[in-house]
Design a protein around this ligand. Sequence first.
Ligand code: PLP
Length: 424
Amino acid sequence: MNLNNASKDQLTQWEQQLSAEYAAIVARKLSLDLTRGKPSSDQLSLSDAMDGILKGNYKSQDGTDTRNYGGLEGLPEARQLGADILGVKVTEVLAQGNSSLTLMFQTLLHAVHFGFEGPDSAWRRQGPMKFICPVPGYDRHFTLCEQLGIDMLTVPMTADGPDMDAVETLVQTDPAIKGIWCVPKYSNPTGVIYSDAVVARLAGLGKLASPGFKVFWDNAYAVHDLGDSLPLANLMDLARAAGTENSVVQFASTSKITHAGAGVAFVAMSEANLKSFKQSLGAQSIGPDKVNQLRHMRLLPDLNALLQHMKQHAEILQPRFDAVLSALDTAFAGTDLGQWEKPAGGYFVSFDTRPGCAKAVVKLAAEAGVKLTPAGATFPYGLDPEDRNIRIAPSVPTVAEVVGAMDVFVTCVKLVAVRQQLAN
Ligand code: PLP
């Protein structure tokens, strides 16, 4: 199906066929949900052995009684795991509570309110604050900016990562820009891995941008490969080589490795930045939940054990991704109806409709019993200027449900596009 060259008669015929297909779908009274980027119960069950795993032995490797207060930096063995996931030195990483989003908020707050290089460096003392947001991107990053009064500027995501020409121009022309959001591996939502050249250019931003600029490197899907483990260039190594290591802060967590609501999160930054950050962290807490960190270390003692564990996740996720990608291929390959990437990991498939169609597709799908993430959610302020992007999250439904939901999705995409073309 190609709409650009289709005659009015052809479009009318397609519209009638698709309307009939859609009516038949509505009559099935489905109730399916492709909105949730979270692990399924089967995935969560892979880590159930953590329950009771300590068997009364609460001592960490260095003999710490994990039940007690203290240990602000996290257990040494948990920090080592975080360092291995993120590719940094153990002295550059903290192991904390269950949410990396909390650590992102705390890091931003530290930069805004206290300043990494002392009070004068606090962003709030320097006028307006802006962040670069590659789009489509992760809505919760945008929410963090909104919460802290940081304005957002968008740059396009490409198949290699953010459009770095646009990023470099922005940081050199606008001193209010304080940072950039990055999900470098299996990006949320487009699923791409940043190329080596993009990572090197991100590492160099600390030299081009105004002082205090930070790359917020949210490596939430660092080990979430569906097949072979695919490489990502090491940002901290590149930053060290460029002399910009203070411009990089990194995050990861076990949220989609063990139990999403009861995991361990990591933050990594240069030792100088960490010294500053620990001042505000130490005011907030005497120490993280070390018992939970120890439970994690007993289940996943090192990176190798963790990677083996991730293979079990991949076995559960792969058929769901296959169902999405095969439906998109069958319906849209070689057409002018939409574009998408084929992620080799992560949690999402991102689909771009023809301009001006995404909201109508989400609405039509909802009326046929298939919930999709609201159109626009992948853009700051919920505004997709071209109204194109829809994030598909297939992890929670069963494979049969994904197949059923995609059937509805492709019908809605076609119907909305044909109706739009007829109206033009
Ligand atoms: N970062 C990204 C890119 C995510 O997609 C998600 C969850 O969907 C998170 C962070 C949430 O991480 P956490 O559970 O560690 O707060």
